[in-house]
Design a binder for this molecule. Sequence first.
Ligand SMILES: [Cu+2]
Length: 184
Amino acid sequence: MSNLLPRARTYALRGAPPFHLQQRVGLAVLSLLLLLACIPATLAHEFKVGDLEIEHPWSRATPPGAKVAGGYFIVINKGSAPDRLLSISSDISDKAELHEMSVKDGVMTMRPVEGGLEIPAGGKVVLKPGAYHLMFTGLKRQPKQGEKFPAMLTFEKAGSVKVEFAVEGMGETGSGDMDMDHAE
Ligand SMILES: [Cu+2]
């Protein structure tokens, strides 16, 4: 802070409004606080294994009696070779499958992805409602909004990683809109 004083004096001598410097210091402090506030959230929602980063796994609360729940996240491959998401498991359900959704002749269909999902070298795949997604089938209990449940993702090269799915509200559609196209 010591080097601020001569600058403050310079401003005062030039007749600059005294609040000018205060405003700037205030903005710097605000930015720093925002930055610090963001760090724990980012760490809590990001998982790494090998060259892969898994960002913000999330699911949705389900109505009583529901047998399936979706699972979504972004996976980024920072490596120079493609990898493949092979399987998923979680205590919340009997099974977890990888699905893709598409519209054919105006009918929305959902089917399992055969042979795993490729994560291109240096690329990313977005799992979201209306596109690639996980489906937890045979739910043993209903995921509740605000909780997190663990799951294991297994990749061909990077291996297995334990992640936590943050459960959001029933109407949540994710950051993007509900487009029915495949993710690239
Ligand atoms: Cu599905």
